[in-house]
Design a protein around this ligand. Sequence first.
Ligand code: SF4
Ligand code: SF4
Length: 155
Amino acid sequence: MKSIVKSKKIISFFTDFTLAGLIQFIFLKIRRKVLVVRGSCNCCGNCCRAINLEGPKGWIKSEQYFQELLMKNHEFSRFSVVKKDQSGHLVFECKKLGENNMCTDYDQRPDVCRLFPDKRLTFCGGGLPDGCGYRFEEMKSFKHVLDNKLKHNSK
Ligand code: SF4
Ligand code: SF4
């Protein structure tokens, strides 16, 4: 969701992390690794039935904050609250999901859908929905590979 994700401040990149997520993030950095997204969408529709959303002040964890965002941004009106998850985030479903698991508003879908899956989910206590065809994998960072290559060539 362009206007929502873009307005998010860099600081909240870290403040939304769970303790376990922060440890995992630091551990990855120490080992000079990054998370990458692998796999592909199998059109199960599960991410449209259980989705966490964020606003300028971070992930939506209360009805009050959701109502506040609804007043300011019409993009949120396609979502309705289903429940609260274990990490305190509200879980939403989308009214635009068709019976065949296809999006009925594909061309107008918000960036949160276009950018899914977001690797930050891992660090914020979230994860991929059951049945999702994507997965997160660790791999050596580009900088790490480049540094090794340069070191090797200079010998
Ligand atoms: S807009 Fe489409 S892709 Fe996005 S959550 Fe709704 S149904 Fe899914
Ligand atoms: S949960 Fe994963 S596989 Fe299923 S529709 Fe969403 S992105 Fe595609």
